[in-house]
Design a protein around this ligand. Structure first.
Ligand code: PAF
Length: 283
């Protein structure tokens, strides 16, 4: 069936009335292959497949790229149709936020004020608020989020659990370019020279991952993290963090965790020129 695009909540609700197996992929548009793989994954989990396209002001700090974030609705819809999406919900700002959004979802600081939340204060409040609102609009049974935004996936999983939302959260693997760069809408901001060097971020993570696999104690973790921060700095990056964490709660692993094979993940965020990129790899 042809893709249907709705801009109002009333139209969306009418189209989804009676659906009990809806699979949902929230996006901010400017789509790439990584998003399309989430749509294909959503297809395996439910029907109809609904994608939202909404650049959410609440999750941008005043100095961030809200105004310049690429809005490419027509191209996005063509790609979504090809990938097997059934419905696009693309509300205007006044449709989704008809009044200033006074009620907000405040995720717990131990999860939301570390890593991305430390460098982007309020980011996860903005994300949780819009995602909960979109969940209420779409009422999906399943929602798919990319592991590329690893902390976001975890924050949403916890929100769904703690608020007892009847939605399964599925994590999709990170899509990568041929050289290993994680696919991201913000890669489009890189100059040709920066794009050539951007893979250095995942290479630093790969080295930290290898070090973790070879067996580290707590001092070894601190050393390996510092080495990769310095490696990026020497290459002209401005890293915010390059770190090894527990998959379960994104806290630093204890000596006991390191001895007993606790599942771990390496995560990094760094600026190349004016573009801030994030990436991660499970260990
Ligand atoms: O990952 C994103 O694109 C956004 O954070 C999301 C989940 C669509 C909420 O605005």
């Amino acid at each position: 069936m042809a893709l249907r695009v709705f801009h109002t909540l009333a139209e969306l609700r009418a189209a989804l009335a009676g659906e009990r197996r809806t699979a949902f992929v929230p996006t901010m548009g400017n789509l790439h292959e990584g998003h399309l793989s989430l749509i294909r994954l959503a297809r395996q989990h439910g029907s109809p497949v609904v994608a939202s396209i909404f650049v959410n002001r609440l999750q941008f700090a005043p100095h961030e790229d809200f105004d310049t974030y690429p809005r490419t609705l027509e191209r996005d819809c063509a790609l979504l149709e090809e990938a097997g999406c059934d419905i696009v919900f693309a509300p205007s700002e006044s449709e989704l936020y008809p009044q200033p959004q006074g009620y907000k979802v405040q995720p717990p600081p131990e999860l939301a004020d570390i890593l991305e939340g430390h460098f982007r204060p309020g980011f996860f409040t903005g994300v949780c608020t819009v995602v909960l609102k979109l969940f209420n609009c779409v009422q999906p049974r399943v929602a798919v989020f990319g592991k590329k935004d690893y902390q976001q996936l975890m924050v949403i999983r916890n929100m769904v659990r703690q608020l007892a939302l009847p939605i399964d959260i599925v994590g999709g693997e990170t899509g990568r370019a041929a050289d290993g760069l994680a696919l991201s809408s913000r890669n489009g901001y890189l100059s040709a020279d920066e794009r050539g060097r951007a893979v250095e971020l995942s290479q630093a993570l790969g080295r930290l991952r290898q070090a973790a696999l070879s067996g580290l104690d707590e001092a070894g973790v601190a050393r390996a993290e510092a080495e990769q921060m310095q490696a990026l700095q020497q290459l002209g990056w401005q890293p915010d963090y390059v770190t090894l964490r527990r998959q379960a709660d994104l806290q630093s692993p204890t000596a006991e965790d390191l001895r007993h094979g606790e599942p771990l993940v390496v995560l990094a965020a760094a600026r190349l020129g004016t573009t801030r990129l994030i990436d991660n790899m499970e260990v």
